[in-house]
Design a protein around this ligand. Structure first.
Ligand code: PHE
Length: 337
């Protein structure tokens, strides 16, 4: 048989093999057999020396053509196999994609952010301090007499070495006034602790935002105007602010502040307990004794301070009736915000 016939024979042998629907593994084996470095076509090519010299070119291109044909036909079959396996595998491209749920801000965090934003526009910086404080910063420097009931074991978590878990963010005021010279204008957001019986309205920790402004000629009128502006921004245009005389060791005069109930507009409802007013915090003019403790001349400077409870305000705003929900981190609750 001539070598030319051998090429034809290999071509028909290959076509026959291909006609028997070879599996993927058979196709790989055929690839090796025909096209591999030691495959039959290379073997045949080596015999080119036996061909008459003037027909060697013809013989070479015949083998090359057969190589290309076999290569293409095998690849085509391999691809068919691949798309078959794709269509019967678990990928159903018509199914809707997996949706990932987006997290939301905790109502306390979003309330804090709202507060910071409004006070930022009113010119207040943000100051923070540690949650473990000395009794001096938490009480003494703030003019709490040694026998003051707020120091009582009932309210304060006492720690070793004369430390406490801060019961309010006011010790940050003390830190600020010791570190900086007036004018000081800052709010102090943060977590505070009280050793109270836990119920729907009380928890052993909560958040406050306090504010402090110390400069020459700071007046109670400015305090009122600033808080009024804040309340209008936060609760709405029509809200009214009411000051009631009160007492805090660190302010004199002191007052408590109420806003007209933003749910009923002051007519009286369940949330404001029919009074038309909601208590939101305390405020007053910095007591000269506090200035003395932090070495600020109370003849030259005056200041105001205020403090609000974040949980209480967030609960009113979002209609939450149990403070414990804010600390349990149950996603069924948190998802609603
Ligand atoms: N520190 C007070 C409290 O915890 C709140 C307050 C701050 C009152 C500043 C007046 C002025 O209750």
């Amino acid at each position: 048989m001539s070598l030319f016939n051998k090429v034809d024979e290999l071509r028909s042998e290959f076509k026959q093999a291909l006609a028997s629907s070879p599996a993927l593994s058979d196709l790989e084996r055929m690839k090796q057999k025909y096209l591999g470095r030691k495959g039959v076509l290379n073997d045949l090519f080596k015999k080119i020396v036996e061909v008459e010299a003037h027909r060697r070119g013809e013989f070479g291109s015949l083998i090359n053509q057969l190589k290309l044909d076999i290569h293409d036909l095998i690849e085509e079959r391999i691809n068919d196999h691949r798309s078959d396996t794709l269509s019967i595998s678990a990928v159903d491209v018509t199914l809707p994609g997996v949706e990932y749920e987006r997290g939301t801000l905790h109502p306390i965090e979003s309330t804090l952010r709202d507060f910071k934003q409004i006070f930022h526009r009113l010119g207040f910086a943000v100051a923070e301090g540690p949650e473990i404080e000395t009794q001096w910063r938490n009480f003494d420097a703030l003019n709490f007499p040694p026998e003051h009931p707020a120091r009582d074991m009932q309210d304060t978590f006492f720690l070793e070495n004369d430390s406490v878990l801060r019961t309010h963010t006011s010790p940050v005021q003390v830190r600020l006034m010791l570190e900086e010279k007036p004018p000081i204008r800052s709010i102090m957001p943060g977590r505070v602790y009280r050793n109270e019986a836990i119920d729907a309205g009380h928890y052993c920790l909560f958040h406050q935002v306090e504010g402090l402004y110390v400069d020459k000629h700071v007046t109670m009128g400015e305090l009122k105007a600033t808080l009024e502006l804040f309340c209008r921004e936060y609760f709405g245009e029509n809200v009214k602010l009411r000051f009631r005389p009160s007492f805090f060791p660190f302010t004199e005069p002191s007052s408590e502040m109420d806003v007209s109930c933003f749910l009923c507009g002051g007519k009286g409802c369940r949330v404001c307990k029919q009074t038309g007013w909601l208590e939101i915090g305390g405020c007053g003019m910095v007591d000269p004794n506090v200035f003395k403790a932090v070495n600020i001349d109370s003849e030259a400077y005056t200041g105001y301070a205020f403090g609000m409870g974040i949980e209480r305000i967030a609960m009113m705003k979002y209609g939450i009736t149990d403070i414990r929900l804010l600390f349990e981190n149950d996603v069924r609750f948190l998802k609603q915000f």
